[in-house]
Write a protein that binds this ligand. Structure first.
Ligand SMILES: Cc1cc2nc3c(=O)[nH]c(=O)nc-3n(C[C@H](O)[C@H](O)[C@H](O)COP(=O)(O)O)c2cc1C
Length: 137
């Protein structure tokens, strides 16, 4: 089954608190484990940036489901390409709330989300590709 990676950016409908983010995270982890999807979700200043990895047809239907979720809107698909390997092998969904803690790679991640918002490239590379490269082992 062909592996794909998808990255999108969206805006939360309103400012979400810790509990609401935790609920999204729990739901994502439980579902993704069942459908062989891995990835990572970043939240900062009312913006989500999410990487999803898995079989192409699964990602297409998951993205359609996520797009309809009323907790966010204005989804922008930034990247949707075949991949040889998963970047977030160990995560059915990782979650980084950049408002909560100074995560590893904090400044890079803030810059990536900012770049994605305006479509700015980082050293000539799109924000989505920079995000994937940041976590490649
Ligand atoms: C920012 C964001 C990211 C999400 N990520 C995922 C995800 O990775 N996997 C998933 O199954 N649902 C995710 N969801 C939730 C889905 O939109 C939807 O509510 C869920 O898949 C429905 O699951 P259920 O049928 O078990 O209730 C996300 C929602 C939001 C707002």
């Amino acid at each position: 089954m062909s592996l794909h990676q998808l990255v999108y950016l969206s805006q939360s409908t309103r400012k979400l608190d810790k509990e609401e983010l935790a609920a999204i995270w729990a739901q994502a982890k439980a579902n993704n484990a069942r459908i062989d999807v891995t990835g990572s979700l970043f939240y900062n200043g009312g913006w989500f940036m999410q990487v999803l990895e898995g079989p192409a047809p699964t990602l297409a239907s998951l993205y359609a489901t996520i797009s309809k979720d009323p907790r966010h809107h204005d989804l922008r698909l930034l990247y949707n390409e075949p991949a040889d390997f998963r970047t977030f092998v160990r995560w059915t969904m990782n979650m980084t709330n950049l408002e909560e803690r100074q995560a590893d790679k904090y400044q890079e991640l803030i810059d990536i989300v900012e770049a994605a918002k305006t479509g700015r490239k980082i050293f000539g590379v799109s924000a989505a590709v920079t995000l994937l490269n940041t976590f490649k082992s």
